[in-house]
Design a protein around this ligand. Structure first.
Ligand code: PEP
Ligand code: MG
Length: 757
């Protein structure tokens, strides 16, 4: 494409991007495109999926009165044809084409030539961009390539506008339903009105000022610190009723920031150089926020939120406002730019049905707390129109990560049905929860839970055969320094004691990838392929040994621990880890002057390389547990956190199923004890296939125990194997899923199939 064309194109896209309203953006687009291509008409049609048609949204050349009114079905006319074929259509005389549809109100009788290109985002046709002219000649290759390039670039802009719900703005001024996609932070469904939580005073609102009495100003500052400290203590007490002490550590992080002499020291220094307390606080806070916000590491960036939250609380007290906790009468879904731990704590648990935020990821404190409290959450909705949310009805789907603003009657009806079904099924699952896990023909299985916080085990309601995976990194992540050996010992003992006579498999620290510690930053270009799990702890034996010692001491007391190493790639790493473990064990025996046994040792199978080394692994360990989450990510080369490739991340991909099957076959051959602790085991579909492969121990989120037990109790081993045989013969995840749905339905498990998942 010539340089001047590229320039024109960039200008058009920039102009569209800068327009505040969608109508203006589209009008700018058509006018500029028409001008750049020196043609007689340019129009844009956008898809309305619910209605099944394209609507003319802007035009320069057709009748203006038809904008917002002219519609054309998905399978009608040339516009429909462009959408169906998903490719440009370039015609010298459109009227002669068999698919031409005459729409009188657009007044296009004079326009013969037609070029239409689809606007496609992530495989979906969002609309069609057209140019037309009277002269009955085909548009040139150059014109065609410009329009195609323009459409491709506009797709992203339009997708965002669509998510914001602006696409229907031109034709519908009522509150139309908006569907937004975020990250599924905590599972479940919530239907309620949105409560938009705003911070009363923003740092940005503070006007710089000076003081005229140093001592009085310092005292004012110290009082504010004191009041903030008391306020956080109150919040922490309020939540303390429903949360374990280890989750409340989040508030300790705030208290520690308040105690941090570098923060308050810096504020006092600014006060000493004549700034008033508000100004001093804002300067210091902004400095910290920009430092954290610029960090590459996602977890550390989130700490900027904590600083802002804390600074805003301080500001509140500096301005001498009595801070009352708002009393909420009605159940609500909390909506905020960023949901902070203190916001969460300020709403009574029985009123808080769900959590939605613009920022945040599955790593944020809000997500960790939401899961621990069992509150559905959708986070990271970049396009969330905060100002328009307050008081609107919302439906939050914490399974799919979707949020519906002002849901249509049909969607509300559907979710009401799902909720009813969920609670009926839940009642049914509850009956199964305490029964031993087994197939319909009585094959006994073990169902365990995955946990990371004492709270996970506290809220699970019983019914598990033990803990199949305790993610020890979680207690590390919500602190502001490495926990001591004593602290770890207590934490591990608490868990082991809750499951007397049942095994608890604890994984050694698995940080790196998307799990970072605020006090131990790891900056890497490619963190999932980098310094993760055992790789990191072997390089830091001092961290590893403290943890191992704490685990061994806990095992000595309780005798039900199994230790598991994450992210093992080769046998040498495993040998090194075992060597350290045995060293710690013998030192402890010397120190305590007592002999005690070494707990069973195992590894996670999550790096595909381990599939080819299982014979050697069998000589080294007592058990393996398959981490299908990471195994899927590494086998398919798909980042498990990247929304752009999320459609490729599928545990039902034939490659993943074959890998899981091969692990089971090999483990049987080498007489190696094996289980699975990835998400696939929490899904009844996955559980059925895994049981057929020979997995007898499934470890899952506590919330899914009843569901999976119920599903397994309805199918015989023969039926499971029948489903597996069919699945292994199919060549795509989609066909496998469809086949499984059909089979599940025929075995009476249709109720478990959730639409949209
Ligand atoms: C896994 O990778 O499947 C797993 C269970 O570990 P995590 O999800 O903690 O990486
Ligand atoms: Mg993993």
């Amino acid at each position: 494409m010539p340089i001047n064309m590229l320039h024109t194109l960039r200008q058009i896209v920039q102009g569209v991007n800068q327009s505040e309203a969608l109508d203006d953006a589209l009008q700018f687009l058509v006018t500029q495109t028409k001008q750049a291509l020196e043609t007689q008409c340019c129009s844009v049609y956008l898809a309305n999926v619910e209605a099944g048609h394209f609507t003319l949204m802007a035009t320069d050349g057709l009748a203006q009165s038809s904008v917002g009114n002219a519609v054309i079905g998905f399978h009608e006319g040339l516009i429909g044809l462009v959408g169906e074929r998903e490719e440009p259509i370039n015609l010298a005389n459109a009227h002669q084409h068999p698919r031409f549809k005459f729409i009188p109100e657009v007044e296009e009788e004079q326009l013969n030539a037609f070029l239409g290109t689809p606007i496609i985002h992530q495989g979906r046709v969002l609309g069609v961009l057209t140019i037309q002219q009277a002269d009955a000649r085909q548009f040139s290759e150059q014109e065609e390539s410009l329009l195609v390039t323009l459409s491709a670039q506009l797709a992203g802009v339009l997708a965002t506008a669509k998510a914001r719900g602006q696409l229907t703005a031109a034709s519908n001024h009522q509150r139309s339903m908006v569907v937004l996609q975020g990250v599924a932070g905590s599972s479940g469904i919530a239907v309620a009105q949105a409560w938009v939580e705003r911070v009363a005073v923003e740092l940005e609102d503070v006007v710089e000022g000076q003081h005229d009495d140093l001592d009085a100003e310092l005292e004012r500052w110290q009082n504010a610190v004191l009041q903030t400290r008391e306020y956080i203590e109150r919040l922490s007490l309020r939540l303390g009723e429903s949360l374990e002490r280890d989750v409340l550590a989040i508030f300790d992080v705030y208290q520690n920031m308040l105690n941090d002499s570098s923060i308050s020291g810096a504020v006092e220094q600014h006060i000493r150089s004549n700034a008033n307390a508000e100004t001093a606080l804002v300067r210091v806070a902004k400095d910290y926020i920009s430092q954290f916000a610029a960090m590459k590491d996602a977890y550390l960036r989130e700490r900027a939120t904590d600083i802002r939250d804390l600074a805003q609380r301080l500001l509140y007290f500096l301005q001498q406002r009595a801070h009352e906790l708002t009393e909420h009468e009605e159940p609500l879904v909390l909506v905020a730019e960023e949901v902070t731990a203190s916001m969460l704590a300020s709403i009574p648990r029985d009123k808080l049905l769900g959590i939605v935020s613009v920022r945040g990821s599955s790593n944020s404190h809000a997500a960790i707390l939401a899961r621990a409290l069992g509150i559905p959450a959708v986070l990271g909705i970049a396009d969330l129109p905060l100002k328009k949310c307050a008081g609107r009805d919302v439906i939050l789907d914490g399974y799919s990560g979707r949020l519906y603003l002002s849901p249509s009657a049909a969607v509300t009806e559907e979710y009401a049905r799902l909720l009813r079904q969920e609670s009926e099924l839940q009642a049914e699952f509850e009956k199964n929860r305490e029964l031993p896990a087994a197939t319909a023909d009585g094959r006994r299985l073990s169902v365990m839970i995955n946990a990371g916080l004492a709270a996970d085990t506290e809220h699970y309601g019983g019914g598990a055969d033990g803990v199949g995976l305790f993610r020890t990194e979680i207690p590390f992540m919500i602190r502001d320094k490495f926990p001591s050996e004593e602290f770890q010992f207590q934490t591990y003992c608490n868990i082991l004691k809750r499951f007397p006579g049942q095994s608890v498999t604890m994984r050694t620290l698995d940080v790196g990838g998307d799990k970072a510690l605020p006090y131990f930053p790891i900056r890497e270009e490619n963190p999932f392929l980098g310094w993760r799990g055992l790789r990191m702890t072997l390089d830091h034996p001092e961290i590893f040994l403290v943890q191992i010692r704490a685990m061994l001491k806990a095992h000595r007391k309780c005798q039900n621990l199994r230790i598991m190493f994450p992210m093992v790639t080769n046998i040498a790493e495993l040998e090194q880890a075992k060597k350290l473990l045995f060293k710690a064990h013998s030192e402890l025996q010397d120190e305590l002057e007592e002999h005690f046994n070494v707990p069973p040792i195992g590894i996670m199978i999550e790096v595909p390389a381990m599939l080819y080394q299982l014979r050697a692994v069998a000589d080294q360990v007592d058990f393996v547990s398959v981490g299908s989450n990471d195994l899927t990510q590494y086998l398919l080369a798909v980042d498990r956190n990247n929304a752009r490739v999320a459609n490729l991340y599928d545990e039902l991909n034939p490659a993943v199923l074959n890998a899981l099957n091969s692990i089971a076959e090999q483990c049987r051959q080498y007489k190696l004890d094996f289980s699975i602790c990835g998400e696939l085991a929490s899904d009844p579909l996955g559980a059925v296939l895994l049981v057929a492969m020979g997995y007898k121990v499934l470890s899952m989120n506590a919330a899914n125990i009843g569901r999976v037990k119920w599903a397994l109790s309805k199918v015989s081993m023969d039926q499971c194997q029948h489903m597996l045989r069919k699945a292994l013969n199919l060549s795509s995840a989609d066909t496998i899923r469809r086949q499984l749905y059909v089979d599940m339905d025929s075995f009476g498990l249709g109720a478990l199939i959730r639409p949209g998942q």
